[in-house]
Design a protein around this ligand. Structure first.
Ligand SMILES: [Zn+2]
Length: 430
């Protein structure tokens, strides 16, 4: 355990030095947590601390000769095991035993495996291990009676700091600086309602405190982003993950949620005349077809409101939709409003709208029987029932946590401010 930590620290130091050289300021905060999943942490190792036993995948490896490899294309379990003198009936039995634990058809090319063979002249395989994911593995143990079980490797979480100055996209900025592009995905989620990452500019910068996950000193992915500052056109956008509230979420320095809710309905006083349905009888076409929107009946001319902040992507006439407007709210959500008698002047592609802005008026253009607005709610490119969606709450930090949050966010801001920005011209050597 001690040795591992030392090795880890040395490796981490090397990585950090390297990354510092690569312009990026990037430092280990020393906050380390060990996450042990299925395994009882340290139990096996700690009880026999000084024995030079090598343990891999929970197996004592000394008495075996070990062959490690990666599954090749079109290589099946049998192809591997037959080489190590396991018979077909044995393999067959193994597949059956494994059934409920692991489907061997899920063995994929490129996956790591290890075969543990007896050290005698037979060299017969005694155990086979397949790494199902960077953290999970399956052990096929056929020493005595056949046993198949899953195990998980210890994941080490290291809290890191990073910063970057935008050169082109956030994605490229991260990539150019040896940071995981997955950070861009996370940040675009956190700031979905605040920053349009398609419009960020050269000179914008970010500073983040986040987790990285490691298995056996190997980086396997990023974890939680704890705090973030994104400076966009001179404005600071903070995001702090706060978990003292009922639903842990990101809040800004004032304790406001970074999410914004949608209006429940695009008209103030409409009634739902037809709900979202995958199969309804169409009143005009006289046949069953899905209705992927919610109809709100209202008198012709009733103002239609944008249910959220966003940018107009479509404002036009179409045969079935009639006059309609589509609004993109963020990378996840868009909304669409059909059958307008009239689109409001100025509402055209590229126009910015705020929640509650009038974008058009109720009508019955296109395929419609009477005046209504057909409201369509798009999530990740698919039309979903907005009344069934668990839409993000947008509540601020509640009163009883305010005082604590103030202190917490102050501390986080301090930490973020301390993170230096990478210096382009002169890489710092220390
Ligand atoms: Zn409709």
């Amino acid at each position: 355990m001690k040795k591992n930590t030392t090795v880890l620290i040395i490796a981490a130091t090397a990585v950090i030095t390297l990354i510092t050289l690569l312009v990026f300021h990037f430092k280990d905060t020393g906050e380390k947590n060990l996450l042990a999943h299925n395994e009882k942490p340290g139990v096996v190792l700690d009880s026999v601390p000084e024995q030079p036993t090598n343990i891999e995948y929970g197996l004592q490896t000394d008495s075996f000769s070990v062959i490690k490899g990666q599954i090749k294309r079109n290589e099946f379990l049998a192809d591997i095991l037959l080489k190590y003198n396991v018979t077909y009936p044995e393999i067959d039995q193994m597949v059956k035993t494994a059934q409920d634990i692991f489907d061997v058809r899920k063995i994929r090319s490129g996956g790591n495996y290890a075969v543990y063979c007896s050290n005698d002249s037979l060299g017969k395989a005694k155990c086979f291990v397949y790494e199902n994911s960077p953290t999970e593995y399956v052990v096929f143990d056929f020493r005595d009676s056949l046993k198949v079980f899953k195990g998980e490797k210890e994941v080490e979480i290291k809290t890191k700091e990073a910063s970057g100055v935008i050169t082109s996209s956030l994605f490229n900025t991260l990539k150019d600086n040896n940071l995981s592009p997955a950070i861009a995905m996370e940040m675009s989620e956190i700031y979905a309602w605040t920053i349009d990452f398609y419009r960020i500019q050269k000179g914008d910068y970010f500073k983040i405190i986040y987790d990285e996950h490691y298995v056996e000193d190997k980086f396997i992915g990023i974890g939680t982003i704890h705090a973030s500052l994104f400076s966009h056109m001179g404005n600071d956008f903070f995001a702090f993950l706060y978990d003292k509230v009922e639903h842990p979420d990101y809040f800004d320095e004032k304790g406001e949620s970074l999410r914004k809710a949608f209006l429940q309905s695009p008209v103030k006083f409409g009634r739902i005349s037809s709900g979202y349905s995958k199969n309804r009888f169409h009143p005009v076409q006289k046949r069953n077809k899905p209705h992927l929107g919610t109809d709100y009946a209202a008198p012709t001319g009733t103002p239609i409101l944008s249910t959220g902040d966003g940018v107009v992507t479509k404002a036009q006439f179409a045969k079935y939709n009639g006059n309609y407007v589509k609004i993109r709210h963020n990378s996840t959500y868009s909304t669409q409003y059909l059958h307008m008698s009239k689109i409001k002047p100025g509402i055209k592609p590229g126009a910015k709208v705020r929640q509650g802005d009038v974008i058009g008026y109720v009508g019955s253009t296109g395929l419609a029987t009477g005046p209504h607005v057909c409201y369509r709610f798009w999530k990740n490119g698919e039309q979903v029932n907005h009344r069934r969606e668990k839409l993000p709450p947008s509540k601020p930090v509640p009163e009883e946590h305010r005082e604590h949050f103030e202190e917490f966010s102050k501390q986080r801001r301090k930490e973020l401010k301390k993170i230096a920005l990478p210096e382009k011209e002169e890489p710092q050597l220390s």
